[in-house]
Design a protein. Structure first.
Length: 492
């Protein structure tokens, strides 16, 4: 996976800077609280939500267990319907394939549907280097692109911007990308939306090449599905002569009937709607209707490595709804940029270190970007146990051990800076396995509690900088139990 936010510091440093931005925190708090409240109401309307959630989980797990078979079936179905399938092992190969396909058309610009896969591989930058300009058409993505910014949310990439900031971006930047913003543009949402509509309409009518991702791919029929709320996706998917879709291999589902489950889970979990305003489906090409050429680029880029991890692979169930971001207390305060990846929030904290590895400081820090409160697991529509994966990845960071990277089994070295943590955990494990040692240590701690420091020395300072040390009781529980129960029960 490409290091999307090159040069980003580790999460603690990036988050500390974000916490000092009061405007950012206000924008995030308002947006996430609004979305989570709407989602809760939408989910409460469905009496069998728990059953739907379990069905989504089982479909995804079944597909991942037999991913090779379903991907081969998908290729057969897409090819039979008139499309062409390309396989990309990594970001570089995917970018090369797409660039060559666009060059073959003779065009120098493309219109894009919102796609996290293309952001992951930095396709826009690769196309620009080849002299091809990519225009984002999703409203939030347009704001991010015009502002020379980075997305900070899965569903609402410009969630960190308020209306005033958006007006300023449109007024100063639109002209350099096409039709300028109207004179005297205000921060009224209707005016901002109209300015974007007029700006984008020219591009929709002119573009000969469209680039998209997909929410789902149906192996049975070769059908691809995009759900969206603005109609820009429908324009990009139908008006161009050539359509290129870059999709992660985990987005496949076995059969058409499986869409019934996910088209109920996704809209309620993401936009808090009963169904998406626009659900576009296409199967290959059809004479006289839609693009004349369709290319599907199946992207691996670390996904098969993730699939090899029995605990971590559940992150590949993700349907990119962003519900976990909207309930996460860490994301709400730190924002998406602090995660240094196109995938922010709790799902990014488990997905990015698996796709990219944990060699960099930012990726080694992401599994710690959580309070382990479990709210993310409670709202996940496909029941990804994110806290379990976070703890699993923390162990990998601290201890190293076997893993799969680039399709090869390797033994990872422990990340730097965790020697004290490893020593402390090993010492605790040794003491907990020896009741006599544990009992002596507890009694010693109780008798010397008057000398308890307010903060820990050395590496422990990072922990006590924001937490109080727990008070040491005057008497260990074991001694209290023996004294109050008279030794009637066996205490070991």
């Amino acid at each position: 996976m490409s290091a999307t936010f090159a040069g980003m510091p580790a999460f603690p440093e990036a988050a500390r800077e974000a916490l000092g931005d009061r405007t950012l925190r206000g924008n995030l708090r308002h947006a996430t609280h609004t979305i989570r409240a709407k989602r809760a109401r939408a989910v409460a309307e469905v009496s069998d939500w728990a059953e739907l959630r379990e069905a989504g989980k089982r479909i995804k797990d079944h597909t991942l267990r037999h991913l090779d078979r379903y991907l081969e079936r998908l290729e057969e179905s897409v090819t039979a319907a008139g499309g062409t399938v390309h396989w990309a092992a990594d970001a570089a190969e995917a970018n090369r394939i797409v660039t060559e396909l666009v060059r073959a058309t003779g065009e120098s610009e493309v219109v894009k549907v919102k796609s996290m896969a293309t952001q992951e591989i930095e396709l826009n930058e690769a196309l620009e280097a080849a002299g091809i300009r990519a225009y984002e058409t999703d409203l939030a993505e347009l704001i991010v692109q015009l502002g020379e910014d980075r997305p900070s949310h899965i569903l609402v990439p410009a969630i960190h911007r308020n209306r005033g900031e958006i007006r300023d971006i449109f007024s100063t930047k639109m002209a350099s990308w096409g039709r300028p913003a109207p004179e005297g543009l205000s921060d009224d949402p209707a005016e901002l939306a109209e300015a974007a509509r007029l700006h984008l309409r020219e591009k929709f009518l002119r573009a000969k090449v469209g680039v998209s991702g997909a929410n789902f791919m149906v192996a049975e029929t070769g059908t691809l599905v995009v759900v969206e709320s603005e109609g820009n996706g429908r324009m990009c998917l139908t008006l161009p002569e050539t359509l290129i879709s870059v999709v992660g291999i985990e987005k496949v589902v076995p059969a058409w009937r499986d869409l019934e489950v996910f088209l109920q889970l996704l809209p309620r979990s993401s936009t808090a709607e009963r169904m998406n305003p626009y659900t576009s489906m296409w199967t290959g090409t059809t004479d006289g209707d839609g693009p004349r050429a369709f290319h599907l680029v199946l992207l691996d880029n670390g996904r098969t490595d993730t699939l090899a991890d029995e605990v971590g692979r559940q992150a590949l169930r993700c349907i990119r709804c962003s519900a976990c971001l909207n309930v996460c207390p860490v994301y709400e305060r730190a924002g998406g940029h602090a995660y240094g990846s196109v995938y922010p929030g709790p799902i990014g904290a488990v997905l990015s270190p698996q796709l990219r590895g944990t060699a960099s400081a930012i990726d080694a820090s992401l599994p710690y970007a959580s309070s382990l409160c479990g709210a993310c697991y409670e709202v996940c529509p496909v029941a990804i146990d994110i806290p379990e994966v976070l703890v699993h990845l923390r162990e990998r960071v601290v201890e190293g051990g076997p893993a799969v990277r680039n399709g090869n089994r390797v033994v990872l070295k422990p990340a730097k800076g965790h020697a004290a943590e490893r020593a402390a955990v090993r010492a605790a494990g040794w003491a907990l396995a020896r009741p006599g040692v544990l009992r002596t240590g507890q009694r010693l701690a109780s008798r010397t509690r008057g000398f308890r420091p307010r903060t820990l020395p050395g590496p422990g300072r990072a922990w006590t900088a924001t937490r109080d040390l727990p008070a040491v009781p005057a008497e260990p529980f074991r001694d209290w139990w023996l004294r109050t129960r008279g030794g009637k029960d066996d205490v070991r």
